[in-house]
Design a protein around this ligand. Structure first.
Ligand SMILES: C[S@@+](CC[C@H](N)C(=O)[O-])C[C@H]1O[C@@H](n2cnc3c(N)ncnc32)[C@H](O)[C@@H]1O
Length: 276
């Protein structure tokens, strides 16, 4: 089975940064929401990882409305960390930074699957990955979201997005009244994905790890060990500070993409039937 057929395309849209209609190169990941929207959702990936195991411990960083969290099944322990999200099932209403510290002092939890989908700034994601690697149980995996931006503006980090978030934070009580998403019902951000694709560029330089992406689900999977069916030669140099042009040109090399079908067909042999 082919790993993934990367489709490059052009999008014509009203550029949010300039206000002009413009044509931009991007990727078509088969989504239906336009401008390279994803075809699959995180539960389509994560539930594959939880189904075949027993006693799965699951952690989600950044829960928001619970669109993923509430649909993760076959887990023995499910923790969700989010300081502001409206999902009633959030177990730790705090930042990931505080959660990781308190876990070290008091909670002492370990996890089989950690889904990181909080603040999409590469510096913050870097520290969340480092902390998460410490909490993984044997054969555990980390799933990152929004690592495969389809078009340039989706990965831009612009101050006005954060200004909007800070000025328009709404409370869980307002959820019914407003179309809640990341506290910014009043203003959709430009940089929906943030620049976390740069973290994948960094992870792909680590030869002991296998890092691969499922672009049509907007996810990257990180295994701190070798998974031969998903492995590709590591990148020769750290592209953490590289730009969109390099990402666009070297997408296959940097992201190591596979289709959801390839993932489902091949990941099973790396999932233990029983956890200790
Ligand atoms: C993209 S949304 C999460 C979406 C959710 N995982 C899903 O699949 O539907 C990002 C969430 O991260 C939360 N967040 C922001 N900063 C955070 C932090 N430092 N630690 C944990 N969560 C954070 C926001 O409140 C927001 O609800």
């Amino acid at each position: 089975m082919k790993r993934f057929n990367v489709q490059r395309t052009y999008y014509e849209f009203n550029d949010k940064m300039t206000g002009q209609v413009a044509v931009h190169p991007g990727f078509d990941f088969g989504g239906t929401s336009g401008w390279g929207g994803y075809r699959w959702d995180p539960p389509d990936v994560i539930n594959v990882l939880t189904q075949e195991r027993a006693n799965v411990h699951y952690l989600e960083i950044g829960v928001d409305q619970g669109s993923t969290f509430d649909h993760i099944t076959n887990v023995e322990m499910k923790h969700g960390v989010d300081p502001y999200g409206s999902c009633k099932n959030i177990t730790h209403r705090m930042t990931s930074q505080l959660f990781f510290s308190l876990n070290r002092y008091f909670f002492h939890h370990n996890y089989d699957v950690i889904f990181i989908d909080g603040l999409h700034l590469s510096d913050i994601l870097h520290s969340e990955i480092v902390e998460s690697l410490r909490l993984l149980r044997n054969d555990g995996l980390i799933v990152l979201h929004d690592t495969c931006p389809a078009i340039r503006w989706r990965q831009q980090v612009v101050w006005s997005d954060f200004q909007n978030i800070l000025e328009n934070v709404i409370t869980p009580d307002e959820k019914e009244r407003l179309d809640w998403h990341e506290n910014t019902a009043l203003s959709e951000p430009v940089g929906l994905n943030g620049d976390v694709w740069k973290n994948v560029a960094h992870l792909r330089t680590i030869p002991q790890f296998t890092t691969f992406s499922i672009p049509n689900a907007g996810c990257t999977v990180l295994a701190p060990r070798k998974l031969p069916k998903f492995d590709q030669p590591p990148l020769e140099s750290d592209l953490h500070t590289t730009n969109w042009e390099e990402y666009y040109e070297r997408f296959e090399e940097i992201m190591n993409p596979v289709s959801l079908e390839y993932f489902k067909e091949n990941i099973g042999e790396y999932l233990p039937r029983e956890n200790g």
